[in-house]
Ligand binder design. Structure first.
Ligand SMILES: [Ca+2]
Length: 98
């Protein structure tokens, strides 16, 4: 696979839509969902430690319909957003944490 530069996660507080837009770029096979492997790439781009392990946890937390990936729709992205907030210290605008 060619080396790709990903757009950085915006600094400061994020909305769910900003988070979804950022996440969508990692949908390498354009199937409308983020697989565990794609999520690992997303986490690696943030220099997150233990990206493989956290990607597994993130998919588990967000994959409501148990198809093995995170659908890029509202529901599962919202679940992943909640996971990111508690495990990755992503700042969430809507919930007003931090
Ligand atoms: Ca995908």
């Amino acid at each position: 696979m060619a080396f790709m530069r990903y757009r950085a996660l915006p600094r400061g507080e994020l909305t769910a839509e900003e988070f979804r837009a950022w996440l969508a770029q990692f949908d390498a096979d354009s199937d409308g969902r983020i697989s565990r492997e794609e999520l690992r790439h997303a986490l690696r781009s943030l220099n997150v430690r233990f990206a493989w392990w956290k990607a597994r946890g993130g998919v588990r937390a967000a994959d409501a319909d148990r198809d093995g990936g995170v659908q890029l729709g509202e529901d599962e992205v919202a679940r992943l957003f909640a996971f990111a907030q508690s495990h990755l210290r992503v700042k969430i605008a809507q919930l007003g944490y931090y």
